[in-house]
Design a protein around this ligand. Structure first.
Ligand code: BGC
Length: 761
């Protein structure tokens, strides 16, 4: 006790002394005043230093590097020319790098330490697209909390997440990183993730187990042309505002402290150099007071885009457009001081950027204690804890979507069945970890085989059938898949022949989606399709468990295979989650956050599409809006997902027929669990503004509720629509709510439901 009092008194005395010497350290002063006081002390070089971020570059706990890039970075750190580092992790490393700037630089401004904590840190949760399939905002928030807890225990205080890019194109590799195709669902999930990482208030951000979040990639990266990575984006202003920006705005309103811009161009201008996005919208209209980080070398890439002729011009354009921190272009640190001296960039622009960066550092409490996230004890205790594993298991179960269940194949019987488990992914402990898993150890996921082996009363036998050989790291450019070797087929076929039911785990490897992983085909890689068909010939009782980071177009499988489970890449606890669902210990409730196309030619396909002038085949000829070789609908629609029980919707009511502007529209519906299991249903509300000054989608999600219903139970669900749900943005970015007829649909997916309508005066 005495020791504690002495420590407190000593800390108080040091703080007071420091505050006298350095008034910006005075915690009694408001943060805004402290920022101004510190800024006054800073040289131009030191200011520019804050705007520079370097990637982790050497074993920081070892001797200082003596080669090239690393040597330069080390020297810059010591001069105070670095404001942030990314990918340095582990208490010992973070402490070492922080010590350099705190002890060796003139002002000792602490670094903010960034990391891609995308779906967990070491204990991995499902890929973000999978989590979105839960439609469970509390669970998603909890998952981000677990990630923040582990990352912060490892010295990290800033994540480059959440990725809030809306996308409609399954070809794009980064589909796995977002929340799918819908801006409404995407906005709700953005808020859950921001609150999970940061906490719900500014004060929460200073806690030791929260980290600053980053809404990325600002903006429209999910709409790269033809789903090709890093491609251009051409998009109307109304689509930008209606589809792309809502999750960013929601993240901003939830208090997200940083934004990351993006690699793509938007209507001819690289997002990194876009004044419209960063100054006019984000910092202007939305009044965002945190800072913007560039994407990796995206300042430099403006030269390749043909938007800047050299480093100086790229720097000028990026900084003036509002890109506050340079990730790994090394341009700001090289150019900005001279650009200010020559008058090309105003010092006030630099000051504004630096203030924003310092603000977040102050809010995190880094000035009070630069080593606050560096507690070895906590690091040992938190990372990989039992509770964290339980939390990611819970999230994993909630993320699974039951696409099809015929012949009552599922749930599997817990005893008395001979089960064949086939497919290389069934025994894979690496792929389920997904694409963003830098801090996890390889091969640490529970495989489906391991998960199913826990159900001991079944006769479970495994045969891989074929191999899925891929490159060894997330950076491997070309992935090699087995296409010719069918030597494992026979064993799998023989096993299937003598089994009651076959569970086949097929799909994409975790390294096959993510950044740089766009595809032109959405099939099963390698010879998995061949294997599936060969096994089907001898035993059609197949439960297909799909592992994938994007929608897969598998028309044959969707037609022939009786039971299909969409199990994505579910992180560390994958096998346990899949097994619990297959054996019925968990009743699946996931719903697709993105449409599954019938074939790749349908991409982009999305539920919130528009009517054309010829939307249906009214005249029974070919002259209507369709393809002649495939049905118009997706294979599985947005919002689709089955349960082991069934639900019935009844008594859809709207409280009135006509509403004044601003008057809330109250909608209610009764939902009954009519099957023989307790279960959860995501009740979805869709709205259509029938006639407007700008054409509106045929339906838009505007409300949902995850409801738990016991067998036979009925609940009444209510929704309220206000101006916030009924309007849209025009091509000037103005929000309009127009009178007229609105139709609504309430149901368990985006294709079918109870319908009604009302008038807005
Ligand atoms: C990605 C970002 C990521 C950054 C740092 C970039 O390549 O686009 O999403 O945060 O790298 O790792």
């Amino acid at each position: 006790m005495k020791l504690k009092i002495i420590t407190i008194l000593t800390t108080f005395a040091i703080t007071t002394m420091n505050a006298q010497k350095k008034p910006y350290l005075d915690t009694k002063k408001p943060i805004e005043e402290r920022i101004k006081l510190l800024l006054k002390e800073m040289t131009l070089e030191e200011k520019v230093g804050q705007m520079n971020q370097y990637n982790g570059f050497w074993e920081v706990t070892g001797p200082a590097p003596k080669n090239g890039d690393a040597e330069k970075k080390y020297a810059h750190l010591r001069k105070g020319w670095v404001g942030s580092m990314l990918t340095v992790r582990g208490v010992a490393n973070v402490k070492a790098v922080q010590k350099i700037v705190v002890e060796e630089t003139r002002l000792g401004i602490p670094l903010i330490i960034g990391f891609d904590v995308i779906h967990g840190y070491k204990t991995l949760s499902p890929i973000p697209l999978a989590e979105a399939a839960s439609w469970d905002l509390e669970a998603i928030k909890k998952s981000a909390q677990v990630a923040a807890d582990e990352a912060s225990a490892s010295g990290i205080n800033w994540t480059f997440g959440p990725n809030v890019d809306i996308t409609r194109d399954a070809r794009w590799g980064r589909v796995m990183e977002g929340a799918g195709e819908d801006p409404y669902l995407g906005s709700k999930i953005a808020v859950a993730r921001v609150q999970g990482f940061q906490g719900e208030t500014k004060e929460d951000l200073a806690k030791v187990n929260t980290i600053a979040a980053c809404a990325k990639h600002f903006a429209a990266y999910g709409f790269v042309e033809a789903g090709k990575e890093y491609n251009i984006v051409d998009m109307s202003i109304s689509n930008l505002h209606n589809l792309v920006l809502p999750p960013f705005k929601a993240a901003k309103d939830a208090g997200v402290r940083t934004f990351m811009n993006s690699f793509n161009t938007l209507n001819g201008i690289p997002a990194t150099g876009s004044t419209y996005l960063q100054r006019d919208i984000l910092k202007g209209k939305w009044n965002f007071d945190g800072f913007v980080i560039s994407d990796w070398a995206s300042v430099k890439e403006m030269i390749n885009h043909g938007f800047a002729k050299d480093a100086a011009e790229a720097t000028t354009k990026a900084v003036n457009a509002g890109s506050d921190m340079d990730m790994e272009s090394h341009f700001y640190v090289a150019e900005l001081v001279n650009l200010v001296k020559s008058g090309k960039v105003k010092e006030s622009v630099v000051d504004d950027a630096v203030k924003r960066i310092l603000r977040v550092k102050f809010e995190l409490g880094l000035f009070e204690n630069p080593y606050k996230y560096c507690d070895e004890e906590r690091e040992k205790k938190v990372i990989g804890s039992k509770e964290n594993n339980e939390a990611v298991l819970d999230m994993a179960k909630k993320s699974i979507v039951l696409l099809k269940n015929e012949k009552q194949l599922l749930p599997l019987k817990k005893s008395g069945q001979k089960i064949a488990l086939i497919g290389a992914l069934a025994n894979d402990k690496n792929s389920p970890l997904g694409s963003w898993r830098i801090a996890s150890d390889d091969n640490t996921a529970v495989s489906v085989l391991e998960g199913m082996q826990k159900y001991k009363d079944n006769q479970l036998t495994f045969e891989k059938g074929t191999d899925l050989t891929v490159g060894e790291t997330t950076f491997t450019a070309e992935l090699v898949f087995n296409t010719n070797d069918t030597s494992g087929f026979e064993a799998a076929i023989q096993l299937a022949k003598k089994s009651d039911v076959v569970v086949m785990v097929l799909g994409e490897h975790g390294f096959q989606t993510g950044e740089g992983r766009s595809r032109t085909d959405l099939n099963l890689p390698g010879n998995q399709q061949e294997l599936l068909e060969a096994v089907f010939k001898v035993n059609p009782n197949i439960v297909l468990v799909l592992n994938n980071g994007r929608p897969l177009a598998l028309p044959w499988a969707y037609e022939h295979i009786p039971a299909i489970v969409e199990a994505w890449q579910l992180g560390t606890q994958t096998g346990n989650a899949v097994a619990e669902v297959l054996y019925g210990d968990y009743n699946p409730s996931g719903k697709l956050p993105i449409s599954i196309p019938r074939n790749v030619g349908q991409c982009p396909i999305y539920y919130n599409s528009y009517n054309t002038g010829r939307p249906v085949n009214a005249d029974k000829n070919v002259f209507w809006s369709h393809y002649i070789d495939v049905e118009k609908t997706p294979q599985y629609a947005f919002g689709h997902g089955l349960s082991y029980t069934t639900f019935e919707y009844k008594n859809l009511k709207i409280n009135k027929k006509e509403f004044d502007k601003n008057e809330p529209v109250k909608i209610s519906v009764e939902v009954t669990n009519t099957g023989s299991y307790d279960g959860k249903e995501v009740v979805q509300l869709y709205v259509h503004d029938v006639t407007a000054s700008l054409i509106r989608p045929i339906k838009e999600l505007k409300g949902f509720e995850l409801v738990h219903l016991k067998k036979g139970e009925t609940k009444t669900i209510t929704f309220t629509l206000t101006d916030a749900e009924l309007g849209f943005y025009d091509n000037q970015g103005n929000y309009l709510v127009e009178p007229g007829t609105f139709t609504i649909m309430v149901g368990g997916n985006s294709e079918e439901g109870l319908k009604s309508n009302f008038e807005l005066k």
